[in-house]
Ligand binder design. Structure first.
Ligand SMILES: Nc1ncnc2c1ncn2[C@@H]1O[C@H](COP(=O)(O)OP(=O)(O)OP(=O)(O)O)[C@@H](O)[C@H]1O
Length: 243
């Protein structure tokens, strides 16, 4: 059997202590060098062609995990093994220049994701069609709603087809019809042997499109495995209202 495309082994990630700002100047000096651990010992793997869901409450560390996987930040300790191309992170509105037109942002994002102008030219019509933005594609992104930004970002990243796509709550916005279209496109990626890692608050999304899932709570890994089982554990936990 092939080795996983991506593996984390006991990975820890910290930020400078976020409480420092609130304290006095003296306590700032006393606490210099202190760390806030956003991820504490995360271990999981993703195989080629799998869709992995990352679930957890607000502030649990999901975005931090995606930032780590995309190479935006590095772990303090533990191992991150990548046996493929660097994953491409798609977050809502990140990387958009509000004063540029939608179509210019497609090129900007495409280039930032590492594609050439010719590759983007080739896919441009498909991206615009998928986004369903119509004439808005020739308007500045500052005039877009959050749903429209999400359409543009999703259409660009999914059409350019990276080997590993990271989606940060991108499916939580937009109308039901567009969401269904995105889900269908992700399923198409799975059939095309592409790998997707997506962050969500929705256990039903985990059940419908993910094969495996990781549940993170306050930086700690509560579960990793079959998506339906993890979704079940997460929803019972949420119903109990545990903290
Ligand atoms: N740049 C940063 N500096 C300091 N602390 C940070 C930074 N970014 C995130 N954190 C903290 O790390 C923790 C995890 O944040 P993260 O954004 O990864 O959570 P999340 O699960 O994605 O949350 P949400 O669901 O609300 O988007 C939070 O307590 C957050 O305040």
């Amino acid at each position: 059997m092939n080795k996983p495309l991506l593996e984390l082994k006991d990975v820890w990630v910290s930020y400078p202590d976020k409480e420092i700002k609130k304290r006095s100047v003296m306590s700032y000096f006393k606490s210099r060098g202190k760390k806030y651990w956003a991820l504490k010992g995360i271990s999981f793997h993703v195989n080629q062609g799998e869709v992995l869901g990352v679930i957890g409450r607000n502030g649990s560390g999901k975005s931090t995990l995606l930032k780590l996987l995309s190479g935006l930040i590095a772990q303090d300790c533990g191992e991150y093994i990548l046996r493929g191309e660097r994953p491409v992170l798609l977050t809502l509105g990140v990387g958009f220049q509000p004063e540029l037109l939608g179509i210019q942002n497609i090129y900007l994002n495409g280039l930032l994701l590492g594609y050439t102008k010719e590759e983007i030219d080739e896919k441009l019509d498909e991206i615009i069609e998928f986004s369903e933005l119509g004439e808005f594609i020739y308007k500045p992104v500052r005039t877009y709603s959050s749903g429209m930004k999400s359409r543009l970002g999703f259409a660009t990243a999914i059409t350019l087809d990276p080997q590993i796509l990271l989606l940060d709550e991108i499916l939580g916005v937009g109308d039901i019809a567009f969401r269904a279209k995105c889900e269908a496109k992700i399923k198409e990626k799975i059939e095309g042997n592409r790998t997707v890692i997506l962050v969500t608050h929705s256990d039903s999304l985990l059940r419908s499109i993910c094969q495996t899932a990781v549940w993170i709570h306050a930086g700690e890994q509560m579960a990793f495995g079959d998506a339906k089982t993890v979704a079940q554990e997460y929803s019972s936990f949420m119903k109990r209202g545990s903290r």
